[in-house]
Design a binder for this molecule. Structure first.
Ligand SMILES: [Zn+2]
Ligand SMILES: [Zn+2]
Length: 386
């Protein structure tokens, strides 16, 4: 006798209960538990405070810690700071730092291909959380630099009990010491984990689907300021995929990027150093090259010639600036190793001359860049009028 297949069998084969159960429990906590709790007990100041503290500390440990420090090595940090990131990062319940970072490096290396663990080409849900629910193992090799860090190795081994302490024990203890233990536990535990989870997952889904691509259209990553607001700066994802080793994601001072501000602030306390920044002229060049390719001109003959002229002029000025900057850096290095006093004096002279040149080059490329921006503005106005 042929038996009808169990209807849920296919789903059980495809999805891992190890992740499906906790995700479902968190979902129920927020969809059913949260309204019931608020209806019966309301929101105490302690619950709200614990929620904010836990949300900020665990999410920053993921963005500035797991992501920018461990996955991208975009700056160096003291062991104390590393330990704090690993402690609170475990409480975010996004696996160990070693697993998270290894998978993230594979994501950058093979973005949008079958090897990308959370490829957006497999759909929004897959990129958001389907890949974690699936039984498929991304098989990301553990990089040597991370494996050799004893703190990272320790957290990889014990991340779950550490997470239970930082993610549940700590909010319970804070709530208890302030007179609302269950409120502290509920809001600082499951409710916070649910929201912090999805905010992080949005980087893999929304930031690869919606937003602008000012720097590169080679991959699916996109910039959006509103996503950056919820994700502590990670929403500037097009910039990040173009320059992943930059410790900043939002590069302008007004770009909402608390992870960047935290890393900068901790530098003053000497807890971070060697912050990697992409030189401004490199960013301008990439942005203008991208605009040059994608600009769509209205049908006015002279505009094409003007586009070519302004672009060529700006590129030439950027070249000149970069060359002199390189020469200045080389001379400075030479000076650091030079021991003869007379030659040192000559080098000092050379250094001052180059510095002057660089300043002039900077002014002239910025002037060209302003002309280019005015041109883009004019083209846009023409298109809107048409
Ligand atoms: Zn990405
Ligand atoms: Zn990244």
């Amino acid at each position: 006798m042929i038996q009808a297949p169990f209807p849920g069998g296919q789903i059980l084969n495809k999805y891992s209960l190890k992740t499906a159960i906790p995700f479902s429990v968190l979902f129920l906590c927020v969809c059913i538990g949260l309204p019931l709790y608020l209806y019966h007990k309301g929101l105490s100041l302690v619950s709200a405070g614990v929620f904010v503290f836990m949300f900020v500390s665990t999410l920053l440990s993921i963005t500035a810690g797991y992501h920018r420090l461990f996955a991208h090595r975009s700056y160096q940090a003291s062991p104390i700071l590393k330990a704090l990131f690993l402690f609170f990062g475990a409480g975010a319940f996004q696996e160990s730092c070693l697993k998270w970072s290894s998978e993230h490096r594979v994501h950058h290396r093979f973005v949008d291909t079958d090897k990308d663990p959370y490829s957006i080409k497999k759909g929004f849900f897959w990129a958001h959380m389907g890949w974690m629910l699936s039984k498929e193992d991304p098989k990301a090799p553990h990089p040597k630099d991370l494996k050799s860090d004893p703190l990272v190795r320790f957290q990889h081994r014990y991340w779950f009990p550490i997470g239970m302490i930082s993610g549940f024990g700590l909010p319970l203890a804070i709530g208890w010491s302030l007179g609302d233990p269950w409120g502290g536990l509920f809001f600082g535990g499951p409710v916070r984990i649910f929201f912090a989870h999805h905010v992080t997952f949005f980087i893999n889904s929304i930031a690869h689907m919606f937003g602008s691509q000012p720097y590169s259209t080679e991959g699916s990553a996109r910039d959006s300021w509103w996503l950056a607001f919820f994700t502590f700066g990670e929403g500037y994802h097009n910039f990040h995929h173009t320059y992943p080793s930059d410790y900043r994601n939002g590069i302008r001072f007004y770009h909402w990027d608390p992870s960047k501000w935290l890393i900068q602030g901790l530098r003053m306390l000497r807890l971070t150093w060697d912050l990697k920044r992409t030189p401004e002229e490199v960013i301008v060049r990439k942005k203008v090259q991208n605009q040059f390719v994608h600009i769509s001109l209205p049908k006015i003959q002279e505009l094409e010639a003007l586009r070519q002229k302004l672009y060529a002029e700006l590129m030439a000025r950027l070249d000149e600036f970069s060359q002199n900057k390189k020469a200045w850096i080389a001379t400075k290095r030479e000076m650091a190793t030079q021991k003869i006093t007379k030659a040192e004096h000559e080098l000092e002279h050379e250094l001052a001359r180059l510095k002057e040149k660089i300043e002039l080059n900077r002014k002239s490329y910025q002037e060209s860049y302003d002309n280019w921006k005015q041109f883009l503005h004019y083209v846009q106005k023409q298109r809107m009028a048409a």
